[in-house]
Design a protein around this ligand. Structure first.
Ligand code: NAD
Ligand code: TYD
Length: 369
């Protein structure tokens, strides 16, 4: 029996991870701490909300009084920090909240975990800790910056973030590294590539394009659409984190990725093709799209993102050879399942889009044209 604090567990990856852990480790208690920002939705978790091994706590990771109290209420063995502001475009509009949540929030969690886990000091003055505890920071490949046409990110690639989002994630990542070095704090850092799968908020490329095809809205491709992302199914990310949590060597960094580089334009083409095929073949509740209107004409090239990273690609040699992790999804299977999920879960889409999302969409995309 272990007690795991999962922060940001009402978001896209966090909610998939909560479910993954409850299924994989049925004797663990999972405590989900989430502030329920626009990106956090308890609807992502309705299927497990009554599980006796699951607790939801609403709160902000940057509120140190609150977080310290939570560490008094529970004896955590593991902390997995997903909570973050996660969208690059929003970070270009409003970097401040990224600093508060991603950097300050990480610092608050590190301090609380260190305080809760420290047992004393060794002969050299370094803190000593309870056995078998670990803090895992969910970082991102975006901390490495951008690649040219060739090469891949390894764990020793210099950290050179280019957006306010990636700079805030890099700062958090480096704080965790510093805790490892200065306090011999029991931690790991994972740096994963772009995720896709169920429950991703529709502001991100794949769910946004699926929704727009269904609604026959224009498909806004930034710049030439030849930017490359390295896609990993969210469930493979979850299994990678679980592997590092249980088997990762303390104070090591592990890249997580599945060797799936795709240009954005290729993703948009795939979505157009699959959504059209599926809607022509089957009926989906709440969808009445005129499929004759689904065509390339929906694609428009809009103003490029400022400072847009051209290419990401993860070298996953360390996690695959050292820890024996490997992804289980091919991109073809994963993207088709994901499209099917969005077609079957239009109520979820409508629900998460019902807050301030429409306003966000108008504001961001009207000025890009
Ligand atoms: P998301 O935006 O879907 O979810 C973030 C969650 O954090 C939401 O539930 C939100 O309510 C919560 N949150 C935000 N601020 C908070 C605060 N101050 N206190 C408590 N909770 C707060 O993000 P995601 O895509 O699921 O990403 C999760 C993590 O994984 C992030 O740290 C992100 O940087 C990292 N990551 C994401 C990807 C990706 O492709 N999505 C890739 C690599 C790494
Ligand atoms: P996104 O899903 O925001 O993830 P990230 O910026 O963290 O990689 O974007 C993925 C890619 O898709 C990125 O190159 C930007 C591009 N993109 C578009 O072309 N149009 C869009 O409307 C969005 C949201 C993204």
């Amino acid at each position: 029996m272990k007690t795991v604090l999962v922060t940001g567990g009402a978001g896209f990856i966090g909610s998939n991870f909560v479910k993954y852990m409850l299924e994989k480790h049925p004797d663990y208690l999972i405590v989900n701490l989430d502030a329920l920002t626009y990106a956090g939705n308890l609807e992502n978790l309705t299927d497990i909300e009554d599980n006796p091994n699951y607790v939801f706590v609403k709160g902000d990771i940057s509120d140190s009084d609150f977080v310290n109290q939570l560490f008094k209420d529970y004896t955590f063995d593991f902390v997995v920090n997903f909570a973050a502001e996660s969208h690059v475009d929003r970070s270009i509009e409003n970097p401040q909240i990224f600093v508060k949540t991603n950097i300050m929030g990480t610092q608050v969690l590190l301090a609380a975990a260190k305080n809760a886990w420290q047992t004393g000091k060794d002969d050299e003055g370094y803190p000593t800790y309870k056995e078998n505890v670990k803090y895992l920071q969910v970082s991102t490949d975006e901390v490495y910056g951008a690649l040219g046409k060739t090469g891949m990110f390894t764990e020793t690639t210099p950290i050179q973030p280019n957006s306010p989002y990636s700079a805030s994630k890099a700062s958090a990542d480096l704080l965790v590294r510093a805790y490892g070095n200065t306090f011999k704090f029991p931690m790991n850092i994972t740096r994963c590539s772009n995720n896709y799968g169920p429950y991703q908020f529709p502001e991100k490329l794949i769910p946004l394009m699926i929704s727009n095809v269904i609604d026959l809205r224009e498909l806004p491709i930034y710049g030439d659409g030849m930017q490359v992302r390295d896609w990993l199914h969210v469930k493979d990310h979850c299994s990678g984190i679980d592997t590092v949590l249980h088997k990762g060597r303390l104070r090591e960094v592990y890249n997580i990725g599945g060797n799936n580089e795709k240009a954005n334009i290729h993703i948009v083409d795939l979505i157009l093709k699959f959504v059209k095929e599926k809607l022509e073949k089957d009926n989906y509740d709440g969808i009445a799209t005129d499929t004759s209107k689904i065509s390339d004409a929906l694609k428009i090239h809009v103003e490029d993102r400022l400072g847009h990273d051209r290419r990401y690609a993860i070298d996953n040699t360390k996690i695959t050879t050292e820890l024996g992790w490997s992804p289980s999804y091919t991109f073809e299977k994963g993207i088709e399942e994901t499209i099917e999920w969005y077609l079957k879960n239009q109520k979820w889409v409508a629900q998460v889009e019902s807050g301030g999302y429409q306003e966000y969409y108008e504001k961001m995309y009207s000025k890009k044209k």
